[in-house]
Ligand binder design. Structure first.
Ligand SMILES: Cc1cc2nc3c(=O)[nH]c(=O)nc-3n(C[C@H](O)[C@H](O)[C@H](O)COP(=O)(O)OP(=O)(O)OC[C@H]3O[C@@H](n4cnc5c(N)ncnc54)[C@H](O)[C@@H]3O)c2cc1C
Length: 394
């Protein structure tokens, strides 16, 4: 087993690292404070080809692989998790369903600007009453001739309300299939009458990332806006979400690494009782545990990404990577603030931002509880034991 990255992956990681250090990191604190969306950084990420990373040249991507995409996300998250989640939501939630399930016309219409990072596309699965149980969606699309008429709302949607947002793919109930709700994924362009984006939420972290509630009031879109197969949208999206989980794991590893780097640096300089606090074994044990857990989380992420690169679904390995990496990142942020003492509680210290930014990794794209449920379902399947709830989970 070879854990070395290929020369191309090494080069890309180096490029992302320099970009993160020189362009992203210097602005992270001010974007966090103002909550402004980082348009300039998004434009530069577009020029660097980051939005097309895991997609083939055939569809207009740069022909990289999923692991390369994860390496870039880790580097970006080390500098600013808001920037990393903007890329992750655009690629994993916005572009991927169009690449995987979109028609030739949909790909031709949307992908060039999305892959260039000139426009952003969102995915609206979650609703006020349907989160982990995303199958409980209440949004409905009713067919009328050559159109869908859509009514409903979506909650906590990333990248839908910026000046460069082009639209959103939503899940909506479109009928029944063998007595069960049939859910389809339908593209809605921004500016379509009846489609509105609420003001940005005030969030604990990820301040520079755009998150909004979306409202659909008699929205008319062409019937051909279905992405993929009518009635199969939910299943389609669950497969896509596995890749998203691996990407969130990479993002969590990046924040954990930032916590570790800041902790090594601060504890080596901070003098108490005549010595740097890193000279005390209590601090050394914390640093050793952080380094070990981060390495494990990174390896789990790379393994799940490598499975995707072989063309298979990562299944439980995606859930395991996200579960472990997100919990490790939260633990590292907690220890990083502790190592920084009172300064860690001050907004001038970067670790205060990491502490606020990190918790969401245990919630978005499937909570830790849901990841455990998915893992339990897969490991218990050979025994025929049901894991409740037995339906698909978001
Ligand atoms: C900043 C941000 C960005 C987001 N971006 C997007 C986006 O772009 N698109 C999108 O569609 N969604 C997005 N989401 C939504 C996100 O995926 C959901 O918040 C998440 O799936 C959890 O759903 P919920 O918030 O409704 O929590 P709930 O499902 O209400 O869960 C609340 C608690 O109950 C637990 N729970 C629920 N069911 C069970 C069970 N069966 N067993 C044990 N425990 C259970 C959960 O684990 C959690 O701890 C975003 C959320 C945030 C906060």
């Amino acid at each position: 087993m070879n854990f070395d990255l290929s020369p191309t992956q090494e080069d890309l990681r180096g490029l992302a690292r320099s970009f993160a250090d020189e362009v992203v990191a210097p602005k992270a604190a001010s974007y966090d404070l103002s909550g402004e969306f980082p348009y300039d950084i998004v434009a530069k990420m577009g020029e660097l080809g980051f939005f097309g990373l895991p997609f083939s040249e055939e569809v207009g991507g740069v022909g990289g692989d999923f692991l390369a995409y994860c390496l870039v996300l880790e580097e970006l998250a080390r500098a600013d998790a808001s920037v990393a989640i903007t890329l992750e939501a655009a690629v994993s939630l916005g572009i991927t369903p169009i690449v995987r399930f979109g028609s030739d016309d949909q790909r031709a219409k949307y992908l060039p600007d999305l892959l260039a990072g000139k426009r952003l596309w969102a995915f609206g699965l979650t609703e006020p009453g349907a989160g982990s149980d995303a199958y409980g969606t209440q949004t409905r699309a009713v067919r009328s001739g050559d159109e869908w008429i859509i009514n409903g709302r979506k909650a906590f949607i990333t990248n839908a309300g910026t000046e460069i947002s082009a639209g959103v793919t939503i899940t909506a109930v479109t009928g029944e299939d063998h007595g069960k709700r049939a859910i389809s994924t339908i593209a809605i362009e921004r500016g379509t009458p009846g489609y509105t984006q609420a003001p940005k939420y005030r969030k604990l972290g990820w301040h520079a990332s755009d998150t909004r509630e979306l409202l659909f009031d008699d929205v008319h879109v062409p019937y051909s806006n279905v992405i993929g197969v009518e009635g199969k949208g939910y299943r389609q999206f669950l497969g896509t979400l596995e890749g998203g989980r691996v990407a969130i794991a990479a993002l969590a590893v990046g924040v954990a690494q930032a916590c570790f780097d800041a902790s090594v640096s601060y504890s080596s300089d901070r003098m108490q009782f005549g010595h740097p606090i890193a000279a005390y074994q209590t601090t050394q044990m914390k640093l050793a545990d952080m380094a070990t857990q981060i390495e494990l989380a990174r390896l789990m992420t790379w393994k799940a990404a490598s499975i995707i690169d072989t063309g298979k679904q990562p299944g439980k390995y995606a859930s395991m990577a996200k579960l472990h990496a997100s919990e490790v990142a939260t633990a590292c942020a907690n220890q990083a603030v502790q190592i920084h003492g009172g300064f860690g509680f001050m907004e001038e210290s970067p670790v205060a931002r990491y502490y606020r930014d990190v918790k969401i990794n245990e919630i978005g794209e499937g909570t830790s509880e849901i990841q455990r449920l998915l893992i339990a379902r897969e490991v218990l399947a050979p025994k025929g034991i049901r894991v409740e709830p037995n339906g698909p989970q978001g």
